[in-house]
Ligand binder design. Structure first.
Ligand SMILES: Nc1nc2c(c(=O)[nH]1)N[C@H]1C(S)=C(S)[C@@H](COP(=O)(O)OP(=O)(O)OC[C@H]3O[C@@H](n4cnc5c(=O)[nH]c(N)nc54)[C@H](O)[C@@H]3O)O[C@H]1N2
Ligand SMILES: Nc1nc2c(c(=O)[nH]1)N[C@H]1C(S)=C(S)[C@@H](COP(=O)(O)OP(=O)(O)OC[C@H]3O[C@@H](n4cnc5c(=O)[nH]c(N)nc54)[C@H](O)[C@@H]3O)O[C@H]1N2
Ligand code: SF4
Ligand SMILES: [Mo]
Length: 751
């Protein structure tokens, strides 16, 4: 059904389907939205909804990529208002005319036969069957309200995402927590960025990655820890390649990754021994007085305590734990000392660890103690994963109250309430449970209803079986996705069909804090709606639509978001609107005043002032702990997981829909294994393997190559079964899952 006929269909609601009150309500709703939602749905007047004329795409239009957090600019080419191709934007400051395979192929996933084109409701026979929106919304409201009536308002929770527009995230968070009375809601940024968030908040006083991509080009020493940008952030890596200072490129990773192969120095440490290594490096720096006393005294706290703590971390001790030689540890410290502009970059090898927060802070400590922050080419820099993980960190209303505020702070609650014209009692005065506690709440019967938006945890959550088992304990599961075929969508009681990137408008915030524009260049299939309008409809059906009258379009919500940032480190009140974002090629936060100089690149902490009330950065540290599951006799190998290729995105719901991308990566699951282990096991590349952990067994194909160390194997996360093996272990501060270390056994698979 086309959007046009869909909209007509809704205007003339079938009489049998609803009580008259509801029919009247929906009709009046659509009347109120005439020229807004109806326009959005029907596209009668314009292919591009309410985008101001100046932004109207003609033959081409520019927008931000919807895969990774690099946030490249793409130019979409249209013919008769239909997108026919795209090219990298040559003028966008991020990518300067380059894109990785996913960017080039960003349109293909839109035109997949797997698209969810109609709401689907599980019927009495247990089969998901298409229903119209009205029935879907009535089911949503009736089931969730019933659950709340039976078990209390907190008994429904949501799991959201770093992959929808900021305006959508803010809407969802406000609707769920202020409108529907939920307390618990988290997102797939928990398995991704929670560690960086916690580390920054504790060390700097706010979740603030300080860098700008220009720093890739300005550094003379770049230290990548647990990061494989050649695969995961190829265009950031391009920026490294543009560095004209003949830089030292140091990679700290147990694997000889594509990035390690390009590096000048690779330290293949034992998995999860980073904390020990980084403390030993700090020890050597202190011992040689290779530290920046001025920076330490003027801008930081707790260095004396840190110095005392470091005495126990000599290179000999670290050598035993990391497997690196003592001289390698000295060499690493010396390289850092000799650099004039040293930048530290980390990603999932750090974040996804049982001691991730302290490891990230050990990197922050190194930057602080050597004065490598606030200057070009420096910084303690967490690289973000998903296209809008940064938006989710500030505006999803999950871990922080909208705008980077604190649910536990009464003044913050009051501020947000008055900005949104709410009664302060509507804002929860407690933090949400983190993701794994929400799942534990399902296990114990405290959570009975779950709403999952733009994430596929049935594939991606750690120790997958535990997630699948929880399904039985839920009274009602709603999944909102662009495809009806995902592992999680298949489990739903109610599936809500979402428009995708390219089919809606809004903004994303990239890794360097740059706010970029999304545009509508294609029509969503069938009855699929932008998440924004799904939330709008739910608000109306739930009965809290009045709270969101001002939230009439993504552009209107952008203005609300701006207000919410007033006085915050992420203040963006100097940005007028989408048009200004378009004209400037994205704008990095903070941008509080209109007259702030608009530079192409801006970094934080140039004045040495941090966001704690005392304006200092803190040295934070703790005794390292042993990884919870080490290899033993029964399970003698260690499993690492992560990204396999630049053409595969996560659970592959999107990238598997492109013929081009499919051909650039192995279709079948494989395990990298060292030649030495292969010999012991009597296997070759191509041998079918059975890989078992204490959680279960999966079948893979062997890929024998020395990219992994002996005793370790690597399996990409992109395949449905990988997380059957992983072990649910979490960092105690960030609650981020430790996906990258568990013990396994490898055998030849006999069919
Ligand atoms: N092509 C592609 N790009 C992506 C994504 C994708 O799915 N596909 N996903 C995006 C997202 S959401 C994210 S979060 C990022 C992730 O980006 P990255 O973190 O760069 O990718 P990963 O492969 O998960 O992990 C990085 C490295 O950590 C190493 N590692 C494992 N254990 C340890 C350890 O104990 N210490 C150290 N030092 N290293 C360790 C692994 O060997 C791996 O090479 O990528 C983003 N970009
Ligand atoms: N073993 C192992 N597991 C891992 C990791 C690892 O390194 N190792 N990494 C973890 C990390 S860092 C991450 S970020 C997670 C990612 O895990 P997920 O978030 O589960 O992975 P995606 O495939 O990105 O899921 C996004 C879903 O949203 C849907 N979608 C896309 N666009 C839209 C939209 O606009 N609206 C709606 N409603 N839906 C949309 C897609 O079809 C897809 O189903 O995986 C984690 N899992
Ligand atoms: S590097 Fe990331 S943002 Fe850039 S084109 Fe590739 S997926 Fe898109
Ligand atoms: Mo991620």
């Amino acid at each position: 059904m086309s959007s046009l006929s869909y909209s007509k269909h809704l205007f003339k609601l079938p009489k049998r389907s609803a009580d008259n009150g509801l029919v009247r309500k929906v009709s009046s709703l659509f009347r109120q939205w005439d020229g807004k939602l109806s326009q959005q749905l029907a596209l009668e007047n314009s292919q591009f909804g309410r985008i101001p004329k100046r932004l109207l795409p003609d033959q081409t239009t520019n927008m931000t990529c919807g895969f990774c957090a690099t946030g490249c600019g793409l130019t979409v080419h249209l013919q008769n208002k239909v997108p026919v191709n795209l090219t990298p934007n040559t003028h966008y400051p991020v990518n300067q005319g380059k894109a990785c395979p996913k960017g080039w192929e960003a349109l293909s996933p839109l035109f997949s036969p797997n698209r969810a084109t109609s709401p689907m409701l599980r019927n009495a026979e247990g089969i998901l069957e298409p229903v119209n929106w009205e029935m879907a919304l009535r089911a949503f409201t009736a089931h969730f309200k019933q659950i709340q009536q039976n078990y209390g308002a907190e008994s429904i929770a949501f799991l959201s995402t770093g992959q929808i527009a900021t305006e959508e995230m803010a809407f969802l968070g406000a609707l769920a927590k202020f409108g529907m009375g939920m307390v618990h809601g988290d997102g797939n940024t928990r398995p991704c960025m929670a560690t960086a968030v916690t580390a920054y908040k504790q060390s700097f006083g706010f979740d603030a990655p300080p860098y700008t991509y220009q720093d890739f080009e300005e550094s003379d020493v770049l230290v990548f820890v647990g990061a494989n940008p050649c695969i995961a952030h190829p265009i950031m890596w391009e920026r490294v390649c543009m560095n004209r200072h003949n830089p030292k490129i140091i990679v700290i990773d147990p694997r000889t990754t594509e990035t390690a192969m390009q590096a000048t120095h690779h330290y293949a440490l034992a998995p999860k021994s980073d904390l020990m290594l980084l403390y030993a490096v700090a020890h050597v720096l202190v011992e040689n007085q290779w530290i920046d006393q001025k920076m330490i005294e003027e801008n930081t706290l707790y260095f004396a305590e840190f110095e005392g703590f470091l005495r126990n971390f000599n290179p000999a001790r670290a050598s035993r734990v990391t497997g690196l030689s003592i001289s390698q540890i000295h060499q690493l410290a010396q390289l850092i000392h000799e650099g004039q502009r040293v930048s530290f970059w980390w990603t999932m090898g750090v974040n996804q660890s049982h001691q991730g927060t302290r490891t990230a802070q050990a990197l922050i400590n190194l930057a602080l103690m050597t004065g490598n922050i606030g200057r070009p080419g420096t910084g303690a820099n967490s690289i973000t994963g998903q296209c809008n993980a940064m938006g989710s960190r500030l505006f999803s209303n999950t871990t922080s109250l909208l705008g980077g505020h604190d649910f536990l702070n009464p003044a913050h609650r009051q501020k947000v309430a008055s900005l949104l014209k709410l009664d302060v009692s509507q804002i929860p005065d407690q933090n949400s449970w983190p993701y794994h506690q929400i799942l534990a709440g399902i296990e114990t019967g405290k959570i009975k209803g779950l709403w999952i938006i733009a994430t596929n945890p049935a594939h991606s959550w750690i120790q997958q079986e535990s997630f699948h088992e929880l399904r039985k304990k839920l009274d009602f599961l709603v999944v909102q996705d662009m495809y009806h075929t995902t592992e999680t969508a298949q489990m739903a009681d109610l599936l809500l069909p979402a428009a995708a990137w390219g089919e809606k408008e809004g903004t994303f915030i990239n890794s360097e804090r740059r706010i970029g524009l999304l545009k509508r260049v294609s029509q969503a299939p069938g009855q699929a709606l932008a998440d924004f309008y799904i939330f709008k409809l739910i608000a109306e059906y739930w009965g809290c639509g009045g709270m969101f009258r001002e939230w009439e379009s993504p552009q209107a919500v952008f203005q609300i978001i701006k207000r919410l940032t007033q006085g915050q480190p992420c203040d963006i009140n100097g940005i007028d609107d989408y048009v200004m974002l378009e004209q400037q090629g994205g704008i990095q936060w903070p941008f509080a005043e209109k007259n702030t100089v608009i530079e192409k690149e801006r970094r934080l902490f140039t004045d040495g002032k941090f966001y704690h009330p005392d304006q200092k950065a803190y040295f934070l540290f703790e005794e390292p702990r042993v990884s919870p599951e080490l290899p033993d006799e029964a399970y003698p190998l260690l499993l690492l997981t992560g990204r396999g290729s630049s053409s595969q995105w996560h659970t592959q719901t999107r990238t598997s829909q492109s013929n081009v991308l499919r051909q650039l990566s192995p279709e079948q699951i494989y395990a990298e294994i060292h030649p030495q282990d292969a010999e012991t096991l009597g296997i070759d590349s191509g041998t079918s393997l059975l890989i078992s952990s204490r959680r279960g067994s999966i079948q893979t194909t062997a890929l024998v190559q020395p990219t992994v160390q002996p005793g370790q194997i690597f399996i990409p996360m992109h395949y449905a079964t990988t997380n059957q093996l992983t072990l649910a272990v979490f960092d105690p501060y960030s609650h981020q899952p430790a996906y990258k270390a568990c013990a396994v056994r490898v055998e030849i698979h006999k069919s």
